[in-house]
Design a protein around this ligand. Structure first.
Ligand SMILES: [Fe+2]
Ligand SMILES: [Fe+2]
Length: 314
């Protein structure tokens, strides 16, 4: 893959990049046009990012009175998320020119917008900030994976830029989460339960609606049901699993729990290991049975324990 020229970065107080910074003329369709799975991954992302303003409106209303948060949401976050949608839309339209993006998006939005109601937000401002952290962790991991597996240089650059934005969004939401946590005095158990619930929602209804519309236009005779969604989702996981940034996503997920650094250092690699095997199916490509997986896990645990013992003994 021939890399495209790096961007000259703008001032951190301004937008870091615009659509004009992407070398669209260098996009090599021959490297991506027949990759149906990538088409779905990018189209669904472009739909959900483009629909951000509906959600942003609810979020701004929810934090009314907190000038700093609403100003950041309105002037930076919303604007950058919408730019992600525009850039991904342009990529999809250039790579797959037969796909009528606008028409399919309209059908998607009609169904999607019904789910975007203020009642869908968390019951407290602190928990909503936490929820946003998990969403940004999910998108940062998603674009990081796409950037690593992209066979096409322009897509590699674009997803890398979006990933950097998502990581920055996470940092802002985390900063505001800490501030609200002090005010609301939430316990770790409540935070943990919210993280689990939010993780469960990633890859949920939004993605299913987006995929249904993107798939329907390519397979007009096939009916899209939950079974088909799971099959495509599984194929996506097999494609993405080997490139997924497990360590980064686990670190970002655990951070709001404020664990003791030593505890975090112990549990993070184990969760990353389980995520690699159980969630992303990477293990099933390398090992054939759960016995082998448990042996593998046990071996790693033993090596880790020995290393810890050597550190303290030495
Ligand atoms: Fe985004
Ligand atoms: Fe974001």
């Amino acid at each position: 893959m021939t890399p495209v020229a790096p961007l000259s970065r703008r001032s951190p107080t301004h937008q870091r990049w615009t659509l004009d910074d992407i070398p669209w003329q260098s996009l090599d369709r021959s490297l991506i046009a027949d990759q149906e799975l990538l088409f779905y991954l990018l189209t669904t992302a472009s739909f959900i990012e483009t629909a951000t303003d509906t959600y942003a409106h609810n979020l701004i209303e929810y934090y009314a009175g907190d000038e700093e948060v609403t100003a950041w949401l309105e002037q930076h976050w919303q604007h950058e998320e919408l730019q992600h949608g525009c850039a991904l839309k342009r990529y999809v339209q250039t790579a797959w020119p037969d796909f009528d993006w606008d028409q399919v998006y309209q059908a998607f939005f009609a169904e999607f917008s019904a789910h975007c109601v203020i009642e869908a937000l968390e019951p407290s401002r602190c928990l909503e900030m936490l929820s946003r952290c998990i969403v940004e962790m999910g998108t940062a991991s998603y674009y990081s994976t796409l950037s690593r597996l992209s066979p096409e240089p322009v897509l590699h650059l674009l997803t890398q830029l979006i990933r950097e934005d998502e990581v920055r969004h996470y940092k802002y939401f985390y900063h505001y989460f800490l501030r609200y946590r002090e005010r609301e005095n939430l316990g770790r158990w409540k935070i943990f339960r919210t993280i689990l619930r939010r993780l469960h929602m990633i890859d949920g209804e939004d993605s299913s609606i987006a995929l249904k519309h993107a798939y329907g236009i390519r397979h007009s005779n096939a009916s899209f049901d939950n079974r088909l969604y799971r099959i495509i989702q599984k194929r996506g996981r097999y494609l993405m699993g080997p490139q997924f940034p497990h360590a980064m996503s686990v670190k970002m997920t655990l951070k709001p729990l404020g664990l003791n650094p030593r505890v975090q250092k112990t549990v993070a690699p184990m969760i990353a290991f389980l995520s690699r095997y159980l969630l992303w199916g990477e293990g099933s490509m390398r090992i054939k049975s759960y016995d082998r997986m448990l042996m593998d896990f046990y071996t790693r645990l033993r090596v880790y324990a020995l290393n810890q013992w050597a550190r303290f003994a030495g």
